[in-house]
Design a protein around this ligand. Structure first.
Ligand code: HEM
Length: 469
């Protein structure tokens, strides 16, 4: 008689991690309010690629394994929603693409997708170059400027003109100030449990936030009103993203059989989302790129060699065009490598809505799962000698050697950044246009410190001396 061998069920392993709730460790050097990177680094060093802790009763799991990240973002994405701090951003971004859940998200993404198609984005290339060229023409030899602020102003102008077809008037410029105010208050706002219920209270931080948000809304409402008015007057669509967003309808009919588009309230949430997601991220990516180039003359020389070969020198020098884009490969690698060391979106998180298996570990319902582009990008297992700035890591052969989720500056799965193609084009064309004419030399005396807010910003002004080429 034959006996069937028993099926061996893998025994789930207990999640490694901190024994006590996080406040118990409040005086440890790796627990510092506003610096979660220190905590993540400590967890990785102490427990390996998965580690668990509790905070105010919530289980939190930090993962640093490309396969686990794929599980969360792609294979088992239906078991997750955005984690609580992103959900709390609804007080700012409403039900825009970043903060909304299905079914709202899936519909909004369907409506917005055509506006972000690669071919559409290509049409913005010349505008990006023209705006970067105008900036470089204003610069004076040997002047010292804050390149972080200059990059913010560049990318705000690019987003305003290409995506919203608006002049950068005083109220658009004020977006920068309002966003700065909001960023300063952000950690306070998102750390506040049930913040939504307190938004009407006369608490100083909340009053300031409400005022900034009201000013942002007024700018965005004006843009929407003007675009709707232009469409009603029969003016031709200028091809900007907002016109497309307002004109496009869902390809699936609603209950009454109508193909409907976005309401003004939805359009406002999307415009604000795209503004915030689209300019601050690219600006930080560019600012860090200039710093890294200034510290690595060999890489800078190789970049200049590519620009000179593709775009000419001396009296033959010309601005980049769309046809040059595929030939600016090393420029793209420079931007990619800068975003490895200083990823503008430095961490992401999800909350599980049911128990999830990650390898031998079970993640309970309601757990917050975090992973960090910053930590992964500096992991010597995937990026040997990680602090070395070496754009050759992003040559096609070297890229192909690494597992996919070792580099994910734009996230992945169904919530992957919708503006990724735009961001690459903006990054490559801005670097090429400026580095064609200028070298930037770091004027600080100590290395810049990072500040991990919604995006990874330099903590202080990033002063650079402008040297003509
Ligand atoms: C270097 C620049 C950028 C970086 C590093 C970046 C990064 C990211 C990341 C990591 C996500 C996913 C967040 C998550 O899944 O939790 C995301 C989503 C998003 N990004 Fe970007 N982004 C950049 C530029 C842009 C630009 C230029 C735009 C718009 C023009 C944009 C619009 C969005 C939107 C709307 C989403 C939400 C997508 C959805 O959930 O459907 N981003 N971005």
């Amino acid at each position: 008689m034959t006996t069937t061998p028993p099926v061996l069920q893998p025994t789930p392993l207990p999640l490694p991690g901190l024994k006590h709730s996080l406040p118990f460790y409040a005086f440890k050097p790796w627990v510092k309010l506003g610096s979660p990177i220190l905590l993540f680094e400590y967890l990785l060093k102490t427990f390996g690629n998965i580690a668990h802790y509790r905070f105010l009763g919530t289980p939190i799991v930090f993962i640093n394994d490309p396969e686990y990240i794929r599980e969360v973002l792609v294979n088992q994405s239906s078991a997750f929603v955005k984690e609580r701090t992103v959900r709390r951003m609804k007080v700012l971004l409403g039900e825009g693409l970043i903060t909304s859940d299905d079914p709202i998200h899936i519909r909004q993404r369907r409506i917005a997708a055509p506006a972000f198609h690669r071919q559409r984005i290509a049409a913005y290339g010349d505008q990006i170059v023209a705006i970067a060229a105008a900036q470089r023409e204003q610069w004076q030899p040997n002047h010292t400027i804050d390149i972080a602020a200059a990059s913010m102003s560049l990318s705000l102008e690019i987003v305003a003109r290409t995506l919203f077809d608006t002049e950068v008037t005083a109220d658009i410029r004020s977006i920068n100030d309002e966003v700065n105010t909001i960023m300063d208050l952000y950690n306070f706002i998102v750390a506040f449990p049930r913040i939504e219920s307190f938004m009407h209270l006369p608490i100083p931080g909340i009053i300031k936030f409400r005022r900034s948000k009201a000013r942002l809304d007024a700018v965005v409402d004006r843009l929407i009103r003007e675009h709707r008015q232009a469409a009603a007057n029969g003016e031709p669509d200028k091809g900007d993203l907002l016109s497309m967003l307002l004109a496009s309808t869902d390809d699936q009919a609603d209950a009454s059989g109508q193909l409907t588009g976005m309401t003004d309230a939805q359009a406002r949430d999307e415009v604000l989302t795209i503004f915030l997601a689209g300019y601050e991220t690219v600006a930080n990516g560019l600012a860090w790129t200039w710093y890294l180039l200034s510290q690595n003359p060999d890489v800078e020389a190789k970049l200049h060699a590519e620009l000179d070969a593709v775009l000419g020198t001396g009296s033959n020098l010309r601005l980049p065009t769309l046809a040059d884009y595929p030939n600016l490969r090393y420029t793209e690698q420079v931007f990619a490598e800068a975003m490895r060391l200083y990823p503008p979106a430095w961490a992401m998180g999800r909350m599980s809505t049911r128990p999830v298996q990650l390898g031998p570990y079970t993640i309970p319902t309601g757990a917050h799962v975090f992973f960090s582009q910053y930590i992964m990008g500096r992991d010597p297992q995937y990026f040997p000698d990680p602090l070395r700035f070496d754009p050759d890591r992003f040559s096609p052969e070297n890229k192909a050697r690494r597992p996919k989720f070792t580099y994910f500056p734009f996230g992945g799965g169904n919530r992957q950044c919708i503006g990724e193609s735009f961001a690459w084009m903006e990054g490559v064309f801005s670097i090429a246009t400026i580095a064609q004419r200028w070298r930037l030399a770091y004027a600080g005396t100590t290395p810049p410190e990072v500040q991990a807010k919604i995006t990874l910003r330099p903590k202080d002004p990033l002063m650079m001396k402008l040297i003509p080429r």
